[in-house]
Ligand binder design. Structure first.
Ligand SMILES: [Zn+2]
Length: 197
């Protein structure tokens, strides 16, 4: 698994970005049917699959928020002041739809999270080295390559997020470690998760 140094510093939370070799999660796990939307769910009690959406928020201890990715970007957020966490699935559609802005807005509305308190981690996903896109992708493109890491980092910075960690690991460049939908169409998915202990 891959962990983010600034999140690992908090002993009250657990987090991981999955690889091909990560063991399945155990315990109370909340998931979504991911649809490349900007739909955000706040989880107060139950685990299991809650419905359609691409981001999960909770302030509830003992619950893991999990998202699955192959090339899309997994992003984990923690507010150490309010003790609230979030897991976000951001492909290019979710990135363009502003899913991080939506998630931070909902954290503020429901838990009074200040973006300046938030620590964010952008996990392994397809990098600017490999993400060739056509005109259907309305993102800044340099030499036909789009940068989802930078687009999401910018979205967090614009919202005022204080600390942003970027794994900088490309799922297409590291076949030993990561599944990549674009490299092998029938690939598996990595599971990334965050929760309050
Ligand atoms: Zn790459």
């Amino acid at each position: 698994m891959v962990t983010a140094t600034p999140l690992a510093a908090f002993d009250w939370l657990r987090h991981e970005f999955g690889t091909r070799h990560t063991e399945p999660l155990t315990g109370r796990v909340a998931t979504l049917r991911q649809t490349h939307s900007a739909t955000v769910w706040t989880v107060r009690q139950s685990g299991g699959c809650l419905g359609d959406g691409d981001a999960l928020i909770t302030g509830e201890p003992g619950l893991l928020l999990a998202i699955r990715t192959a090339d899309c970007v997994p992003i984990l957020l923690a507010d150490p002041v309010r003790r609230v966490v979030a897991a976000v699935h951001a492909g290019w559609r979710g990135t363009v739809a502003g899913i991080l802005t939506q998630t931070l807005g909902q954290m503020r509305a429901e838990y009074e999270t200040k973006p300046t308190d938030v620590v964010a981690a952008i996990g392994p996903s397809i990098g600017p080295c490999c993400f060739e896109v056509g005109p259907e992708v309305p993102l800044p493109v340099l030499e036909r390559k789009a940068d989802l890491w930078e687009a999401n980092r910018e979205q967090l910075a614009r919202a005022g997020v204080g600390q942003i960690w970027v794994a900088g690991r490309c799922t297409m460049c590291e076949p030993e470690q990561f599944y990549s939908f674009r490299r092998a169409k029938d690939t598996g998915r990595m599971v990334s998760a965050i929760g309050i202990r």
